[in-house]
Design a protein around this ligand. Structure first.
Ligand code: G
Ligand code: G
Ligand code: MN
Ligand code: NA
Length: 253
């Protein structure tokens, strides 16, 4: 597979990088976290979004190795923020292949140990698509990680078919409301009703909730009024390189 060979070469040549998007509290917008998002700095085509290559990458035999690298880079970023006096959590998206891998639990602990990051500052993000078709054996390592303090977020929440049964099966600590429900929040009463329902469910299940894709002040105000305590979106910052993130949010370093 040609694209797969290109991806392998890109990894070997260190052309992948992580960008980080701020996550803030509502209504005061203070920084509490960052989501790590993969980018490919292509020598000819510039910075490529994962939309272009993720479907190939996640089903290739590189998914575990690159996922391990993403975990380490993400932890390293959060350890650096803490060292700079701005301790925040980092959200790392997982590939299905990582969850299926017997070395997954050890990989996560190794990423934490080698960077010195406390378990409480790592949040693993899984989607319904990630866990679709995986058997129950992937739950135990996640539960052990959660018991050690690692956070587990259910990403793109509300867009899947089996959201409620996954809530029951997985050791989650947070729901991430998909931006599909935020986009028309000001004009579509159904979206407002759905967001309120997810917030109520999060509260009754003891889960934290973050809303994604906030682009306007009006959306942020509405979410805060509904009792949503955290937000992520262009309104508060686009994904930027680790260096740019340090400059923006921890300028003393
Ligand atoms: O950054 P962007 O919005 O283009 O990301 C597109 C999609 O790729 C998102 O759904 C996101 O979850 C996924 N993605 C981005 N970075 C990573 C990563 O590091 N690992 C995994 N597994 N998925 C990622
Ligand atoms: O699927 P996941 O939630 O992991 O991916 C997040 C993706 O959403 C990233 O690719 C990021 O670039 C994108 N994103 C983050 N904030 C916003 C936003 O406010 N508006 C839009 N349109 N996209 C966003
Ligand atoms: Mn995510
Ligand atoms: Na999402």
């Amino acid at each position: 597979h040609r694209i797969e060979d290109e991806l392998r070469q890109a990894f070997a040549r260190d052309e992948f990088e992580l960008h980080f998007q701020p996550q803030v509290t509502l209504p005061d917008a203070s920084l509490v976290g960052a989501e790590a998002l993969l980018r490919w700095r292509h020598p000819l085509r510039g910075l490529l979004s994962p939309a272009v290559f993720l479907p190939i990458l996640e089903t290739s035999d590189m998914a575990i190795a690159i996922g391990r690298w993403i975990l380490r880079e993400g932890c390293s970023f959060a350890a650096e923020m803490a060292a700079n006096g701005t301790p925040i959590r980092v959200g790392v998206n997982l590939f299905a292949a990582q969850l299926r891998d017997v070395g997954f639990f050890d990989d996560v602990l190794a990423a934490l140990a080698s960077t010195g990051l406390s378990t409480h500052f790592l949040e693993l993000e899984i989607t319904e698509t990630t866990v679709l078709g995986l058997d129950e054996s992937v739950v135990a390592p996640l539960r052990r990680l959660r018991d050690l303090g690692v956070k587990i977020a259910f990403d793109d929440y509300g867009t899947g078919y089996a959201s409620l049964s996954l809530l029951k099966r997985y050791p989650l600590t947070r729901l991430k409301i998909d931006r599909e429900f935020i986009r028309d929040l000001d004009t579509d009463p159904d979206d407002a009703a759905i967001v309120k329902a997810v917030l109520a469910m999060g509260a009754s299940l003891g889960l934290e909730v973050i809303a994604e894709g906030i682009e306007t002040a009006e959306q942020a105000v509405a979410l805060a009024a509904f009792g949503c305590r955290e937000a992520q979106g262009y309104r508060f910052g686009k994904p930027v390189s680790a260096e740019a993130f340090y400059q923006l949010f921890s300028p003393a370093s």
